[in-house]
Ligand binder design. Structure first.
Ligand code: SF4
Length: 90
C-alpha cells in the first residue's frame, strides 16, 4: 500500500500574508463585531488580490478543506459555498 502524497506547499514561500499581515487572515481570539470582521476581511482580500500565489493557495485550501481563515481571497464561508457548487467526486 502506498502513502498518499502530501500536498505541495512550496508556494507558501511567496505568500504575501507571511509575517506582519497574518493577523488579518484569521479572526482574533477575542470577540469580533461584524463591521470589524468585514473591515479585516476586506484588507486581507486586498492583499490576496495582488498575491503571486493566489491560485495555488486557494487550490490548497480547497483540497485540504481548510476550515479557518482567508485563503486565496476567499473566506471560509465562501470556500464552503464554492465546494458546495462543485460536482461530487464520490
Ligand atoms: S492568496 Fe492571500 S491567503 Fe493566499 S498566500 Fe496569498 S496573501 Fe496569503
Amino acid at each position: 500500500m502506498s502513502t498518499p502524497a502530501l500536498p505541495d506547499r512550496s508556494w507558501q514561500a511567496d505568500a504575501l500574508c507571511r509575517g506582519n499581515h497574518s493577523h488579518l487572515f484569521f479572526p482574533p481570539s477575542t470577540v469580533e463585531r461584524k463591521e470589524e470582521r468585514e473591515r479585516r476581511e476586506l484588507k486581507a482580500k486586498a492583499i490576496c488580490s495582488v498575491c503571486p500565489v493566489k491560485e495555488p493557495c486557494l487550490d490548497y485550501a480547497l483540497m485540504i478543506r481548510e476550515p479557518y481563515g482567508i485563503w486565496g481571497g476567499l473566506t471560509e464561508a465562501e470556500r464552503r459555498q464554492h465546494l458546495a457548487r462543485q460536482p461530487s467526486s464520490f
